[in-house]
Design a protein around this ligand. Structure first.
Ligand SMILES: Nc1nc2c(ncn2[C@@H]2O[C@H](COP(=O)(O)OP(=O)(O)OP(=O)(O)O)[C@@H](O)[C@H]2O)c(=O)[nH]1
Ligand SMILES: [Mg+2]
Length: 201
């Protein structure tokens, strides 16, 4: 394990419902866990479903995964009143001193963003099956996140999405900020996300 004297690197993952936030955390953790100590905080409105799923599928001690049940607007819990998430992050830091903590937002709409009081950097994840026009519709996460992830490229042909044209729209709206197109079903496409994380860790 890499030794860190400073606080954990906290990476937020926001994005619309079902875009692939939990699946991305699962895939990244499976690769990163051999080199870094990982902690995970998930947000769901009414349950701890995502945390329960990750506890079942990941080879991590259950205590390193905390499910926050926000009980209300998912924006609020990651941007305005971040106290529930801060408590979960602090618990992980005090007990395990993780190198990296992933904080998954509850599935939301295009206006979700993280407070930088809670995380150091955040990804915003959309997917091709939501339609090619999503990048043109903009939104704070899409424009300003530290990394934009366009997931489910494997589904593009089935939903009539032209990836080249979507890429042009993403490029135009992101200006100089980074973005990646990935498919969680194709592990090698995760490399750019891994490189982005490792450059910060
Ligand atoms: N075909 C395909 N399916 C994917 C991909 N990534 C995720 N999925 C599937 O999409 C569904 C939703 O993925 P999740 O990871 O649960 O999405 P999420 O953003 O965490 O969802 P919420 O937490 O409910 O907002 C699951 O059935 C995944 O298996 C991908 O790249 N390609
Ligand atoms: Mg999820």
């Amino acid at each position: 394990m890499k030794k860190r004297k400073k606080m954990s690197l906290k990476i937020g993952i926001a994005g619309p419902v079902g875009s692939g936030k939990t699946s991305l955390i699962e895939a990244l953790t499976n690769i990163l866990k051999n080199k870094y100590k990982i902690g995970i905080v998930t947000n769901d409105i009414y349950t701890t479903e995502d945390a329960n799923y990750l506890k079942q599928t990941l080879d991590l001690p259950d205590e390193q995964i905390i499910g926050v049940e926000t009980g209300g607007c998912p924006h609020t819990a990651i941007r305005d009143d971040i106290s529930m998430n801060q408590k979960a992050v602090q618990e992980l830091e005090e007990k395990f001193n993780p190198d990296i903590i992933f904080v998954e937002s509850g599935g939301d709409n295009l206006s979700a963003t993280f407070s930088y009081e809670l995380i150091d950097y955040y990804m915003y994840i959309i997917d091709t099956a939501q339609g090619a026009d999503i990048p043109r519709k903009k939104g704070a996460g899409l424009l300003f996140s530290d990394l934009l992830v366009v997931n489910k490229t494997d589904l593009a042909p089935y939903v009539g999405v032209d990836l080249d044209s979507m890429q042009n729209d993403v490029k135009e709206n992101r200006k100089n900020k980074p973005y990646v197109f990935i498919s969680n079903k194709d592990e090698k496409t995760l490399n750019e996300v891994l490189e982005w994380i490792e450059a910060l860790a």
